[in-house]
Design a protein around this ligand. Structure first.
Ligand code: SF4
Length: 466
């Protein structure tokens, strides 16, 4: 290859934002409802949103009340070959229609029911399509499973980094050692044990990991959110995520009126646990009625937000960031390559360096000052911590709203109209290459799962008659 050709390749490789990303972000922004075209909006400016798998392994070996899977889910065999092929097709569709990079959840029923080789092969297919995968689990598996997942048959690490979202709450039944927990506190040893498996393997192999803790919230456990947050914060998770329950999935497992638990009530319980406000208003994924997220880090006992929405200088820094760095893949890009990409932006926008430094100085002050931050770091007490609440919608609203949307009809009923607005701004999408559609997860679970799982039950029966 000649020098010119090499320079061209280098220039393309170090482009801050891939041209396809620029295109899909523009398209996403144009599709969003006007109400969410706010300065805080990340969809269409920095990211296309999260992605998830469907129709792969709906079976689970625990039972939850509620469970968002349809009644047929547990009548479907877990089949590695089917999972790898389906996930491959779904991720290829995402790659084609949502650009070269996104976060995607490997989600179905329980991911650890996949054989470790099949689980690993699926994660590697997701990465091959530019997706940063996160496996969703109930966390009730052993260190041997994790060890087999990340190693190949010659004992080498085939996955050097993994991400898991582990679901723990007292609404789950059947966990080994906590078959019918009566309180959230009973699950704390299991929450801790889950993190410890990863710590041990990291010490042994250098495996890198990201762990999120998920909790479904209903009227039955809302009052225990605060104490659970206090207990889980020091354990080593990097995200605490809460899902107020919705009336979706298997109606035999609905026990309470879930609408009593609002996104605000869960957020207030998390703030009570930390004894401080957790500001989320500065950055938003999609519609604020669906979700809220606050990014920050723990420094000793203090949680420090990366953005203070009450500080105009922080908001100005955010605006510059989204205008000039929006679409840059900060996670998943090798550090040296990322540094060159950032340098290329700064060459055109040299003033951003000063803005970033002043923002960093304010963040250090929020953490109690440099000396305190360094001290906490030296004691290993500085680490990222994100809080999130994601409030899925009831099938009774989603089904009619989605049906009207498919016919291009705007609902007149205010509640259905609001549901349509949320679906149009959805930040969590599933791919249907067979019909050429991208579908909000609410529509997937409220509408499409029913037929899909009925079909899977025939395709992958539990008992194979031979
Ligand atoms: S539409 Fe449903 S899946 Fe999409 S962001 Fe809103 S609550 Fe989440």
């Amino acid at each position: 290859m000649g020098i010119r050709a090499r320079l061209r390749v280098w220039a393309q490789l170090t482009r801050p934002v891939h041209p396809e990303t620029e295109r899909v972000l523009r398209e996403r922004w144009a599709q969003l409802p006007e109400a969410v075209h706010t300065p805080a909006q990340l969809l269409g400016r920095h990211a296309v949103g999260c992605e998830g798998t469907h129709g792969v392994f709906p079976k689970c070996n625990l039972t939850c009340t509620p469970c968002y899977h349809s009644a047929d889910a547990n009548k479907v065999r877990v089949d590695g070959e089917h999972t790898v092929a389906e996930v491959d097709a779904q991720m290829a569709y995402f790659r084609q229609h949502r650009g070269p990079y996104a976060h995607a959840q490997l989600i179905g029923g329980e991911v650890s029911l996949l054989a470790p080789d099949d689980h690993a092969a699926t994660l590697l297919r997701m990465r091959a399509h530019g997706r940063e995968p996160m496996s969703m689990t109930h966390g009730d598996f052993d260190a041997d499973y994790l060890r087999a997942l990340v190693h190949d048959d010659r004992g080498r690490l085939r996955l050097t980094r993994v991400s898991f979202a582990a679901h723990f709450d007292s609404l789950m039944r059947g966990r080994r050692g906590a078959v019918r927990p009566r309180t959230e506190a009973e699950l704390n040893p299991f929450r801790q044990r889950f993190v410890q498996m990863f710590r041990d393997l990291r010490a042994e192999t250098g495996l890198r990991y990201y762990l999120a803790h998920n909790m479904t919230v209903t009227p039955a456990n809302l009052g225990q959110v605060t104490e659970t947050v206090r207990a889980v914060l020091p354990m080593g998770y990097s995200m605490l995520s809460f899902q107020p329950a919705a009336h979706v999935g298997d109606s035999r497992r609905w026990r309470e009126d879930y609408r009593q638990v609002s996104i605000d009530s869960v957020w207030a319980a998390v703030e009570e646990a930390l004894g401080q406000r957790i500001p989320w208003e500065g950055l938003q994924f999609g519609d604020p009625r669906c979700n809220r997220t606050a990014w920050g880090f723990l420094a000793g006992n203090r949680w420090v937000p990366v953005l203070d929405p009450d500080d105009a200088r922080d908001l100005a820094a955010r605006d510059r960031f989204l205008d000039h760095f929006g679409g840059v893949a900060f996670t998943g890009t090798p550090p040296a390559l990322l540094a060159v990409k950032i340098a290329r932006v700064l060459r055109r926008r040299p003033g951003d360096a000063g803005v970033a430094l002043r923002w960093a100085a304010r963040t250090v002050r929020r953490a109690g000052g440099l000396r305190r931050l360094i001290g906490a770091g030296a004691r290993g007490r500085v680490r990222p911590m994100t809080f999130e609440v994601h409030s899925f919608m009831d099938a009774a609203q989603v089904a009619p709203a989605w049906e009207l949307m498919q016919r291009g009809v705007s609902a007149e009923d205010p509640e259905l109209r609001a549901t349509q607005e949320r679906l149009a701004a959805c930040s969590y999408t599933m791919a249907h290459p067979e019909t050429g559609r991208l579908v909000p997860a609410c529509a997937q679970h409220s509408v499409l799962d029913l037929e899909e799982n009925a079909g899977l039950r025939r395709l992958l029966p539990l008992t194979v008659v031979g």
